[in-house]
Ligand binder design. Structure first.
Ligand SMILES: Nc1ncnc2c1ncn2[C@@H]1O[C@H](COP(=O)(O)OP(=O)(O)O)[C@@H](O)[C@H]1O
Ligand SMILES: [Mg+2]
Length: 312
């Protein structure tokens, strides 16, 4: 695993981080990194932006005045504010500001089914997954995902919340009836017992894998998420996994992505691609400066876009 070489300090770039709170670990680390490499950085809560649309275009206001146009936007849009947050991201795109993860890519990856649809369509191996609202066809659903136990996921869950296991047909029936009764759309997915509560989290930045870890679930849980008590360990990634993660991020259009891969008996399966991956656990497990790698890339990306515009 190679550390991304630090940016040779070029012109100062005004970086705008869209994030609910400046005190979040990732946001704090980004701010520190950006300042250290001589850039201007501002953290803005998307919910404090007004989007003003008028004939001929729109802009973003903070309080009562238009925002000073940033050099680049780094969106960190959490699941709780997807819609409003993405409207803000899209407004910056329309204003011609380089945005590290495009709004459309964040949208596709935020929805677990949509993400899997795009991956599968592009020839990337994903778990067998079903979306349905018909309890009458329970036996067929079970058969298609290889029988119990099966995984059930809420479409918009994150950090392991909304990912469940049904050990029997009866448990699955109860779970589906309850969730459908609550108007929740969900996925039924093939369960990989051989993963034994482990998966790989691979961080893609630009066209590189900058870090990876093996996550091991807390005893008694099958979910390896660090937020659920999982533990991260540094791994040396085989090339095949590296390529798979890069392809997964690319087909979704994400420049910064946290790719979750399960090692199944039938080969690696991409279970999910995250558009605002947290990296506290990854920095701890690997000792790498992930925030620095993402900030360096963000600056390079802004410069690339500017050069392309000048050349056009
Ligand atoms: N099909 C599966 N088989 C076995 N374990 C799974 C499966 N899908 C998810 N998991 C476990 O649950 C965790 C959370 O699932 P994931 O789809 O990544 O949702 P979240 O967005 O909540 O992280 C994964 O990191 C993995 O450890
Ligand atoms: Mg995940």
């Amino acid at each position: 695993m190679t550390k991304v070489p630090p940016q040779s300090n070029s012109d100062e770039v005004r970086i705008l981080i869209l994030s609910r709170r400046g005190t979040l670990y990732s946001t704090r680390r980004f701010t520190k990194s950006a300042l250290r490499s001589g850039h201007e950085v501002r953290v803005l809560d998307p919910l404090r932006c007004h989007i003003v649309i008028a004939p001929g275009g729109g802009t973003v206001y903070i309080k009562d005045r238009p925002i000073e146009t940033p050099g680049v936007v780094l969106p960190r849009i959490g699941a709780s504010i997807t819609e409003y947050g993405l409207a803000t991201v899209m407004q910056f795109e329309q204003m011609g500001v380089p945005v590290v993860n495009p709004s459309q890519a964040i949208l596709a990856s935020r929805d677990k089914l949509r993400g899997l649809q795009v991956l599968a369509q592009n020839g990337i191996d994903v778990p067998r997954t079903i979306m349905s609202r018909e309890v009458d066809h329970l036996d067929k659903i079970l058969e298609l995902v290889g029988g119990a136990p099966v995984i059930v996921k809420l479409l918009h869950g994150t950090q392991g919340v909304g990912v469940m296991i049904a050990h029997t047909r009866e448990a699955l029936e109860g779970l589906l009836e309850t969730l459908w009764g609550l108007e929740q759309d969900l996925l039924v997915q093939e369960y990989y017992p051989e993963a034994a509560g482990q998966d790989l989290r691979i961080l893609v930045v630009g066209s590189q894998v900058v870090a990876a870890m093996r996550r091991v679930a807390r005893p008694g849980d099958f979910r390896s998420n660090i937020h659920r008590g999982g533990e991260g360990f540094r791994v040396d990634l085989p090339d095949a996994y590296r390529d798979l993660a890069l392809r997964a991020a690319m087909v979704l259009g994400l420049r910064v992505a946290g790719v979750d891969i399960i090692e199944s008996k039938t080969g690696p399966k991409v279970v999910e691609v995250n558009s605002s991956p947290g990296f506290e656990g990854l920095e701890r497990a690997t000792g790498l400066d992930i925030a620095g790698a993402i900030i360096d890339y963000t600056v390079r990306y802004a410069e690339e876009v500017r050069e392309k515009k000048q050349a056009a």
